[in-house]
Each structure stands twice: as C-alpha cells, then as structure tokens.
Design a protein around this ligand. Structure first.
Ligand code: PMP
Length: 417
C-alpha cells in the first residue's frame, strides 16, 4: 500500500472533513478551533462564501490560460487591486504560485537589475524550501542540512533577537546594524551586494517582529550603497500583522515586495512587485512560468482583497491580536516556562524557556500536542523549535479568541504539568 513519505513532519493527526471560518471539522467528528490557518494562508477564514463563489464562477469560464500566452480578466483585476495596496512606486507586478518561487524570482530580478551577485539575509529568516530560497533560510538546519551545496553568493547578518540575547530592543538593533556594516566591510562588499532580504516578522524563525528601527537602518544602508531592499511579506502580508503590510510599522519601504499565503485565502498564488523602472532592467521572458497567476487563484485573490477591505479585516487583526497578546501575557505569571510572549496582530507567539533561560523545545511541543486534545490547533516554530505560534484567521471573533486562550491555558496545564 502506498503511504505518505516519512520526510513530511505531521503536526497533527487530524483529517479534515470540512472547514468554515475559524473551525476545522475532522473526520473524527470533532470541531477544532484552527489557529494554524494552513500556516497563515486562509486569511478570510476557511471557505469564505465570497471566495468560494468567486472561485466557483471562475472554474466555469476559464481555469487555466497561462498568463504569458493568454491574458485573463481575473489577473488584470488583481493587478489593478494590488495597485491600491502596494507601497508607493511599486507599480509593476508579476506572479508565481508559491512563496519560494516568489523569493527565487526576486533574487533573479535583483541580480539582473544590479549586475551584482550577493544577497545578504538575516539569521533566523525563512524564505522557502527550493534551493535558492533554502540558501537564504537560516531558521533551522533542518531546512539546509544535507542539501549542500546550496546557491552561492548568500551571506548572513545577525537579526536583533533581543529576547535571546537578554538585551533591550535598542541594544539589539544597535548591535545588528553594526554587524551588518561589518558584513559589508569584511564579507560581502557594497560592490558585490545586490540586495538585502528580510521578513517584517520572522515567521518560521520564531514569530519575532523586526524592530522598525532595524528596517529603517537597512533602508538607509540600501540607499547609501545602492543595494536593493527586498521585503518578504509572504507570511506577514495581507493584513495579518494589523497593518496591510507588516513592514508598515516602520517608515521603510522596499524596492521589491513579495507576497503569497494570505493573498488568495488558500489558492496558490504569489506576487512580486517593484517599480517599472527596476523591472525594465531585465529582459522580457526572464520571468514567468506555466501555472503562475492561475485564473481561479487570481479570482480568489480578488475576492480575498475585497473581503479584507469590506469586512475591515486589517483592523480586526490588530484588535484581536491585542486581545490575544494581552490574554497570553496574563498567563505568564502562572507558567514561568512562557519566557516571552510577543507578536504583531494575529502573528502571536509564546517562546518557552527552562528555569535557566535556555530554549525549551520539549515544552513547546508538549503544549502544542496537548492543545489538540483541547480541540485547538497550533504550530511550533523557531530556530530551537521552542516557540508556539498562534495564527488565527483574520475573521476571528472576540469570542473565538477567548475560547482559544481558555483552551491554550488548559493545554499549558497538561503539557507543562
Ligand atoms: N517566505 C516566508 C516569509 C514564508 O513564511 C514562507 C513559507 N512559510 C515562504 C517564504 C515560502 O513559501 P512557500 O512555502 O509557499 O514556498
């Protein structure tokens, strides 16, 4: 009998029968509160009626047009709608299917536009699993080890991970900016560096918001040295952080932005945007692909952007995120293993540590597993695997957050008991 590969690491044993909003109904007859959202993908909740309707209607007219062969209406509409939310000046877009592909495309674009080879990424970043994207990833050796040699020309600089260093945020940012200058001085010269790439909130690397002053510092260096700034909004974008883009907590803007996950509520599509001037430095045909910008996915993305706007989901993410963060912090005195509680909007996390302050991956896993018995679905993350991330749909209600926190508290009791 054929079975799924052991190379896949299954976070829960749940088999889905159907799902709606924040709820997943298992074939076991149980209703699970889904605070994983397919790793931050089902932004408008599972099977939002407007997304379902848009996809259903599109399937009946054209499913696949291959967008460099035939243009189709959903993609034109999506491109126009993205224009309403993209940072100023980023007026040129192309599409792929996944976050990793978008990351790869952004690297090709940056190298092509600058004629320079190197990319500087930051410790703890996650940018995907394809070879180029994995080469930029340092959220854990499991994403790299055994696959070498990865793509060359990638260098890493420290991320201002204040909690791990035991520093305040300003000290961590000062340190990381000094080290970034040192990398430019000693490892990857300005003349060789095409781009910096960073997430606005480290995702798989531990749900660590990137301090606004760090983003500003990278932007300033990018301007000073003629280096491009790529912001990877694959997980943090489309309202998840309580702003439309996660980087909007800072004044810094990217030269290239990439988005995926929440963009189409579960349909695979990613977008890469930059200025027309930057895009014009490459040649026609240098980007593209068979499935990118699929018509059904594009129609779902249009519906998603409409729902995000019409239902005020960016504000909801901010308000419900504040509720969730405050409720989690209130649990800390009772559970000292909750070393750090942090997040932006509906990217909230608990970092578990031992009494000695060391990363405690066993505690994170025990809580995540105990939560399943409470009918609450969660994920772990972090370079040490000691972080539980809480990723509700942007439509989550105050009552669902409250229920989630109660179930989380019960899981803490059992898991840490
Ligand atoms: N970038 C970021 C910030 C991500 O969180 C992810 C996925 N976790 C990726 C890139 C890769 O996306 P995908 O899995 O769709 O290839």
């Amino acid at each position: 009998m054929t079975s799924l590969s052991p190379l896949l690491k299954q976070a829960t044993p749940v088999i889905v029968d159907h799902a709606e909003g924040s709820w997943v109904h298992g074939t076991d007859g149980r209703a699970y509160l889904d605070f994983t959202t397919g790793i931050g993908v089902t932004s408008t909740g599972h099977c939002h009626p407007r997304v379902v309707e848009a996809a259903r209607a599109q399937v009946g007219s054209i499913i696949h047009a291959q967008y460099t062969t035939l243009m189709h209406r959903p993609l034109l509409e999506l491109t126009e709608k993205l224009g309403e939310v993209l940072p100023a000046g980023l007026d040129s877009v192309f599409y792929a299917n996944s976050g990793s592909e978008a990351v790869e495309a952004s690297i090709r674009l940056a190298r092509m536009a600058t004629g320079k080879p190197n990319i500087i990424a930051f410790h703890g970043g996650f940018h995907g699993r394809t070879v180029a994207a994995a080469s930029l990833t340092s959220a854990g050796t499991k994403f790299r080890s055994g696959f070498s040699p990865l793509m060359g020309g990638v260098h890493f600089a420290p991320f201002p991970y204040a909690f791990r260093y035991g520093w305040d945020e300003d000290t961590a940012v000062d340190f990381a900016l000094r080290e970034l200058d040192y990398v430019l001085q000693t490892v990857s010269s300005v003349a060789d560096t095409a781009a910096f790439i960073i997430e606005p909130v480290l995702g798989d690397g531990g749900y660590l918001p990137t301090p606004p002053r760090f983003l500003d510092g990278i932007r300033e260096r990018a301007d000073r040295h003629g280096i491009l700034f790529i912001i990877d909004e694959v997980q943090a974008g489309v309202g998840r952080t309580g702003k439309f883009w996660g980087h909007q907590y800072s004044a810094a803007t990217p030269d290239i932005i990439i988005t995926a996950k929440g963009l189409a509520s579960g349909f695979p599509i990613s977008a890469i945007a930059a200025s027309t001037e930057l895009m014009s430095k490459g040649w026609a045909g240098s980007q593209g692909g068979t499935y990118g910008g699929n018509a059904v996915a594009a129609a779902a993305a249009v519906a998603t952007l409409d729902v995000v706007r019409d239902e005020g989901l960016v504000d909801n993410a901010r308000v419900r995120g504040e509720q969730l963060g405050a409720a989690l912090k209130a649990l800390q005195p009772e559970f000292p293993q909750m070393g750090d509680v942090r997040g932006l909007g509906l990217m909230q996390a608990v970092e578990f540590t031992t009494a000695a302050g060391e990363p405690d991956a066993a505690a994170a896993l025990a809580v995540q597993q105990a939560a399943i018995d409470q009918d609450l679905l969660l994920l772990t993350c972090g370079g040490f695997g000691n972080v539980v991330r809480i990723v509700p749909a942007l439509v989550v209600t105050a009552d669902e957050v409250e229920q989630g926190v109660q179930r989380f508290a019960a899981a803490l009791k059992v898991g840490l008991g």
